[in-house]
Design a binder for this molecule. Structure first.
Ligand code: SF4
Length: 311
């Protein structure tokens, strides 16, 4: 009797196939958007050593993961070093990040500084700890960046952080001011970059699930959530749900500023403005209502941004 023919492996379930397809699309989208932001703002240059700040939250895990992948495909050479600041918050699982980074084979540094004790000693009970905590953290991370010889400091802020900050400044600070994708640190010695500037928070949350990152909860310090930030976040979620396109348009507007049509005389010389005597087809029509068409979206050439940082 012939041996029974080997059965083919069972076809993967449709739902599994779909899930895999979606995960693949998400992966590509994150790489494309991060590659594009890096290229648009010239965030990473040949020979850079990028210090990736890793908190143990979904955003910073996503950032490290994406940068590792982009490094493999980029036409330039740059190094990555992951840094975590262990602030000695009660219950912080100190082994999680070293274990993860060792498994990944990424060079890393864990800086242990008990800022938690300082903050809880100095700030009266019931007051929010965040402002002093983040000031201390910033100073420590700048010092660590210098010690490690890092030329760039990468943070995991995403599109929704940038929009949230923009609206907080608008509503409560009376300023048109967001969160820049690239900046020089307040001590003047470091360049801070946000490669996830174009990435939606929901995508990072999904990515963390798909990748199974060992997330460390961010409420260990027991500090109250920033209520105003929460309120703005709720507003954006509501817009996303009820007015498709509004959040995207608002975000895109941050990169299409027209100083001559705002009111900041420091940005545009209104006082010195004179008639030119030359007709301008693109010029202002003054008496009529301005048309309010959505400008063309910026071209986003899938994948190419991955290999064209410097364009
Ligand atoms: S939430 Fe906690 S760890 Fe984060 S800045 Fe505020 S006090 Fe610091």
């Amino acid at each position: 009797m012939n041996a029974p023919a080997e059965l083919p492996p069972p076809a993967p379930h449709k739902a599994q196939q779909k899930e895999r397809h979606e995960a693949n699309k998400l992966d590509k989208r994150l790489l494309r958007l991060a590659g594009q932001a890096i290229g648009d703002f010239n965030m990473i240059e040949d020979g850079d050593k990028v210090m990736v700040c890793l908190s143990g939250g979904k955003d910073s895990y996503g950032l490290l993961d994406v940068l590792l992948k982009l490094r493999e495909r980029a036409p330039i050479r740059f190094d990555l070093v992951a840094v975590n600041l262990d602030q000695k918050q009660p219950g912080f699982p100190a082994h999680v990040l070293p274990d993860y980074l060792t498994r990944l084979g990424v060079p890393f540094h864990i800086e242990t500084q008990d800022t938690y004790s300082i903050v809880t000693r100095v700030i009266p009970a019931g007051k929010t700890l965040c402002s002093l905590c983040s000031r201390l953290r910033r100073g420590i991370l700048y010092r660590v960046a210098s010690e490690l010889g890092a030329t760039k400091i990468a943070l995991g802020h995403h599109r929704d952080d940038i929009l949230g900050t923009f609206f907080l400044n608008l509503f409560y600070g009376g300023r048109l001011k967001g969160m820049p994708p690239k900046l020089v640190s307040d001590d003047g010695r470091h360049v801070v970059i946000r490669p996830l500037a174009y990435v939606r928070e929901a995508d990072l949350a999904r990515y963390a699930q798909v990748k199974g990152f060992p997330i460390i909860p961010c409420n260990l310090c027991g500090s109250q959530d920033n209520l105003k930030r929460k309120e703005v976040k709720r507003m954006l979620l509501e817009w996303e749900r009820r007015h498709p396109g509004r959040v995207e348009n608002t975000f895109n507007a941050l990169a299409r500023v027209v100083p001559s049509h705002l009111m900041d005389a420091g940005l545009f010389d209104f006082r010195g403005l004179k008639a030119t005597g030359v007709a301008d087809a693109e010029g202002d029509i003054a008496f009529d209502e301005e048309p309010c068409a959505t400008p063309e979206a910026r071209p986003r050439d899938d994948g190419l941004a991955l290999v064209r940082f410097g364009d």
